[in-house]
Write a protein that binds this ligand. Structure first.
Ligand code: PEP
Ligand code: MN
Length: 339
């Protein structure tokens, strides 16, 4: 942390700031420049709350250098984390892991048709919401426990692991009984009670980036889960709102590169929500892998026009085949694997 003093700050003011720094258990190193004095602060292991210092006379500004997250940061864990989901599936390792399925679990028949297809063509994990966070309370809200039971049947019959969303603390335990990965949706990325409770489960947690969340906020959401004792966190970039009016959301692939630099956690991409339009999903999937993502979360439907949610962004079974064929070629080219 650097404390920039005003150009006219007096020696008394500088002394007072240094005392406050010592009070915080840190060491101040004042450096007198031509224009102003800058106090370099050392000794902090994580970001300190500097609000007190900002209120002192003569302080112009504070520049923080240390990241606010700790357990999530690459400094605390220089190697990439490999998240073991079970059944031989590891996220964050050499394998590019594809999670595919419908937006919502609509029926056993729907899930079985899609699951059979995606399993044959290399998906490792089946996605599908049993609890749906919808913008309108009049829209389909999910089949709830009946949907979770269908997902458990999918795992049994097709050998796919299951990722599904928990929308609140009340139903989290129920979702844990059926899921292999707990999804925390974009709208819940800053639901701290849900994040904390997910941190106390023994399930891997997939956190989707909020649609207007900064990367520090995104990584702090992961910190909430990890600080409760759950190290199995997977991040998911799913696009955010911008001035663009040609997309539902804009998939921010530079976030993948940033997360890889500053964190050891795996990050996957969701080009379905990240664009909102099916014709963009295959090219954005290729780009996600090329940018360094560890996997994909993709919405696939055998009859997108009849989907109860997110039909316009669902790719068909045939599109899915093309996606997998492209992704396998790119994975080989960049030294990764894909089933
Ligand atoms: C979903 O994955 O279906 C979903 C609701 O995603 P998000 O939270 O990113 O909107
Ligand atoms: Mn969806």
């Amino acid at each position: 942390m650097l404390i920039l003093m005003n150009a006219d700050a007096t020696p008394v003011m500088i002394k007072r700031v240094c005392e406050e720094v010592v009070d915080l258990g840190l060491t101040p190193h004042p450096v007198k420049g031509l224009q102003r004095t800058v106090i370099n602060v050392t000794g902090n292991k994580y970001q300190v709350n500097a609000d007190r210092i900002l209120t002192l006379d003569g302080v112009h500004d504070i520049v923080t250098i240390t990241k606010p997250y700790k357990l999530v940061s690459r400094e605390s864990h220089p190697e990439n984390s490999h998240i073991d989901i079970g059944a031989g599936v590891i996220i964050g390792g050499p394998e590019f892991v594809v999670m595919a399925g419908p937006c919502s679990v609509e029926s056993r028949e729907q899930c079985f048709i899609i699951a059979e297809h995606v399993a044959k063509k290399g998906a490792r994990i089946f996605r599908g919401g049993a609890f749906k966070p919808r913008t309108s309370p009049y829209s389909f809200q999910g089949l709830r426990e009946e949907g979770l039971k269908i997902l458990a049947e999918v795992r049994e019959k097709f050998g796919l692991l299951i990722v599904t969303e928990a929308v609140d603390t009340e139903t989290l335990d129920m979702v844990c009984e059926y899921a292999d990965i707990i999804q925390i949706g974009a709208r819940n990325m800053q639901n701290y009670s849900l994040l904390k409770k997910a941190g106390r489960t023994n399930k891997p947690v997939l956190i989707k980036r909020g649609m207007s969340a900064s990367l520090d906020e995104f990584l702090m959401a992961a910190e909430y889960v990890m600080v409760e004792g759950n190290p199995r966190v997977i991040l998911c970039e799913r696009g955010g709102r911008t001035f663009s009016n040609h997309n539902r959301n804009v998939l921010d692939l530079s976030s993948v590169i940033y997360v890889k630099k500053f964190s050891h956690l795996p990050i996957i991409a969701d080009p379905s929500h990240g664009s909102g339009q099916k014709y963009k999903v295959v090219p954005l999937s290729r780009a996600s892998l090329a940018a360094g993502a560890d996997g994909l979360l993709i919405e696939v439907h055998h009859e997108p026009e009849k989907a109860l949610s997110d039909g316009p962004q669902a790719i068909t079974l045939m599109d899915y085949d093309n996606l997998m064929s492209d992704v396998k070629k790119i994975a080989t080219a960049i030294g990764r694997t894909c089933r």
